[in-house]
Ligand binder design. Sequence first.
Ligand SMILES: *[C@@H]1O[C@H](CO)[C@@H](O)[C@H](O)[C@H]1NC(C)=O
Ligand SMILES: *[C@@H]1O[C@H](CO)[C@@H](O)[C@H](O)[C@H]1NC(C)=O
Ligand SMILES: *[C@@H]1O[C@H](CO)[C@@H](O)[C@H](O)[C@H]1NC(C)=O
Ligand SMILES: *[C@@H]1O[C@H](CO)[C@@H](O)[C@H](O)[C@H]1NC(C)=O
Length: 431
Amino acid sequence: MVVVVSLCFVVFSLAGALKVSIPKPEYEHARGDNITLPCNFLPKGKPPMVIIIWTVNLGGPSDPATMILTRYPTSTDVPPLYEGRASLALDIAKGKADLKLSSITLQDNKVFSCRVQIPGDDEGKLVDSVRLVVLVAPSKPVCALQGTAEYGQNVNLTCLSAEGSPTPVYSWEQRDVRNTPRLRDPRTTDRGGILSLYNISMDTSGYFICTSKNKIRSASCNITLKVLPPSMNLGSSAGIIGGVIAVLLVLALIILICCCCKKRKQREAEKYAMATPEEGAFADKEPVGNGKRRDSRDEEERSEYDRRVITDDRRVVDDDRRVVNDDRRVVNDDRRVDDDDRRSDYTARRSDYDDRRSDFDDRRSDYDDRRSEYSDRRDRYDDRDDRRRDDRRRDDYRNESDRYDEPYDDAEPARPKPPSVPNNKPPRDTY
Ligand SMILES: *[C@@H]1O[C@H](CO)[C@@H](O)[C@H](O)[C@H]1NC(C)=O
Ligand SMILES: *[C@@H]1O[C@H](CO)[C@@H](O)[C@H](O)[C@H]1NC(C)=O
Ligand SMILES: *[C@@H]1O[C@H](CO)[C@@H](O)[C@H](O)[C@H]1NC(C)=O
Ligand SMILES: *[C@@H]1O[C@H](CO)[C@@H](O)[C@H](O)[C@H]1NC(C)=O
């Protein structure tokens, strides 16, 4: 009787024991996805109340569990670590207590456990676990060329995705310049995303496409290989550029030298023109207006040649006058007595000189008038005017020289002591 009761109890217990199950031991999902981890339970009868507890740990038997969610009959408790990410899809009638987890990350690569507690139904399988594998799609790979794309060279084409879990596998595909697929050279090797090309030639040129792939997704990149003859490298381009720059520099130097020469010539000419008026005793003979007149001449930009001719003429006159002056100095020693007379003579000459200056001014205004009148024929006029003025001035100087001579001629007969003049005195007529 005891045995029968016991047997009946065992049968009843087995039929009424709680059974919690998760269909698969492992689920794979891509990072960032919103996922559902299923949990089924079969209660003994119609349960008065059900408590659901989802926990997570690293998977080891002794690893401590972390609470994700507890569902009491009247409330659901989610700790801060999973707040907003975890929720429960509960259907007691169907025996479903699925965990919904949004935006999974690599940190969710763990073992999740589903525990069901029913009062009075605490035998059977109360807990089941599932491993979540969070995968990462391969990031877009980067294709690159190692080496020099020249005839006869060996180069590597590299392909690498920054991330991917599981680790992506790489494969290369070739297309010729017309973008039609072609078979790879038997010497080509493809290891871990590095495609090695040996003894490349123009025929090696084309498109190379790398695909990075793992169990959830794939991504690809491509590279265009253009194999060139060795002469078309950067060095020769640099040589050409350098040559052009050198030619430009030489040209610049030549231009600079030309400018310098021109400037120096100009400077010398200016120096010469400036030095001339200071040189002669002539300056004290010139009326004040003469400076202005010379300035105006500069403004009119008369040719250097004309000025030089004038200057040369003046210099000849200056030399004459200097000789005369020297001569006069010799005579002066003998003529101290005549000083008073000669001083008065000087005064007379100065008034004469003033007269000439006013005459000069008149001529200048006359000249100005005529210039405005014949401005259109200035060049021709200037030549004529210069010549005429030079002649006129030369005449003036000649007259002046004569006038200088006059006092001696006059004074000599009036001299009180003629014998004091040395007998070897050079004859005046030579001048
Ligand atoms: C995941 O769920 C969140 C809301 O919880 C939503 O904003 C997001 O777009 C979902 N992502 C995907 C991949 O469905
Ligand atoms: C290409 O890669 C191989 C190893 O994969 C290396 O030994 C070789 O030096 C590389 N060649 C170039 C041009 O980078
Ligand atoms: C490289 O290829 C050229 C033809 O493209 C061939 O003449 C030469 O012998 C090759 N060199 C090597 C080292 O294989
Ligand atoms: C090569 O890559 C570029 C972007 O990197 C893409 O637009 C193009 O379609 C690719 N070409 C091929 C043949 O895959």
